[in-house]
Design a protein around this ligand. Structure first.
Ligand code: SF4
Length: 363
């Protein structure tokens, strides 16, 4: 549901400012909240969640509070998801997000490098503040989606490794603070598009867009990159974007499935996130985990080994990279974590977010 549009900021990879001619608009809270409530009540699916569409829903605290007040005063319980900048949030707003039944928020973090934050005009301060807010949202049960960009024009390997480290640290907060990534693409109207051209772009044959179009026999090569920009990544002069792009995809996939394994590798085995990244480059995700289990075996407790095995089996099963029977794991995994919490103090307070039973079936 559209609740407004536009963003007051001007990140150099984003086309929001051009598309909205620099304007930032918010629909009146009483209008869109009523619409959302009506859509929620009319839905035949009792699990429906309303998705609020706005480039930066949280950028205006006054408007956000108007929305929250209207929803709370009318006791409208409908769940919703939204997106915004994490630095626009304060703890009072997080309390209101929780009270108004926000289920999930998408934040663009983009880079762990201060240099890239500045050059790209994203200007997010990378500090403890982000961790504190993510932890607080998780304590409130709000799913936190964090997106990172790989392939900034000025990015060096060292900048990229700072992003890799930040994403790793944020992912280990708990199971529902999930980092994702995208490769920088030439958005129409964005600054980076004005300083690059077709010769700087590489067709992404691994992208879902490419696969969809090629499967429908469409003549992709003749398409204008200006309108099909997500089919492309931009060459980087400091590293091979094709190699780094593929490795970054595997690394983020690794973070998605191996939250606790990552925490153990870094906190018990004292490996850095860069070493994990390089390990995946050499061995692929499954191969890397097998090496980890082999090398850590003597130092792992039974519970730790159980969790790594659980994450590995889940990974094989969901990604379909196994000929084995569908994974039917019914071990009370939350008890494992609970025991770990009590005995080793290794993790944050997770048990209340974990499912009673974990059952994964292949499609
Ligand atoms: S990336 Fe987000 S914060 Fe930056 S200009 Fe676009 S909408 Fe605004």
């Amino acid at each position: 549901m559209e609740v407004g549009r536009g963003c007051p900021l001007d990140c150099y990879f984003c086309s929001s400012k051009i598309i909205n001619a620099g304007r930032v608009e918010y629909r009146e809270a009483n209008v869109f909240v009523e619409e959302a409530q009506k859509a929620f009540l009319n839905s035949e699916n009792s699990k429906v969640v309303i998705s609020f569409n706005h480039d930066n829903f949280l950028s205006n605290k006054r408007k956000f509070k108007e929305f929250a007040s209207y929803k709370l005063e009318n006791n409208y319980f409908f769940p919703y998801v939204c997106e915004g900048r994490i630095d626009a949030l304060d703890f009072e707003m997080i309390d209101l997000l929780y009270e108004t039944n926000c289920r999930s928020i998408f934040f663009g973090i983009e880079s762990g490098s201060e240099k890239i934050q500045k050059l790209s005009r994203k200007n997010l301060r990378i500090g403890t503040d982000i961790f504190e807010k993510v932890k607080y949202m998780r304590q409130k049960g709000i799913v936190v989606e964090l997106n990172f960009l790989v392939g900034f024009l000025e990015e060096t390997t060292s900048d990229l490794m700072q992003t890799i480290e930040l994403a790793g640290k944020l992912s280990s907060i708990d199971y529902f603070s999930a980092p994702n990534h995208s490769l920088l693409s030439p958005e129409p109207g964005a600054y980076i598009t004005s300083v690059t051209s077709q010769v700087d772009y590489i067709l992404r044959k691994d992208s879902v867009f490419y696969k969809d179009l090629i499967n429908s026999s469409m003549p992709i090569q003749s398409y204008n990159s200006k309108f099909f920009n997500h089919l492309y990544m931009i060459k980087n002069k400091n590293y091979d974007i094709e190699v780094m792009g593929v490795t970054a995809s595997k690394y983020f996939e690794f973070l998605k499935f191996f939250h606790f394994t990552t925490k153990m590798i870094t906190e018990i085995w004292n490996k850095t996130y860069t070493e994990i990244f390089e390990g995946i480059l050499e061995n692929e995700v499954g191969g890397y985990i097998s090496v980890v289990i082999k090398n850590m075996k003597d130092s792992l407790t039974v519970l730790q080994e159980e969790i790594i095995t659980y994450e590995l089996q889940r990974y094989w099963s969901i990604t379909g990279r196994t000929d084995e029977q569908p994974f039917m794991y019914e071990y009370p995994i939350q008890m494992i974590y609970f025991e770990l919490l009590e005995t080793e103090q290794l993790f944050y307070d997770l048990q209340k977010y974990l499912p009673k039973k974990t059952k994964v079936r292949m499609a």
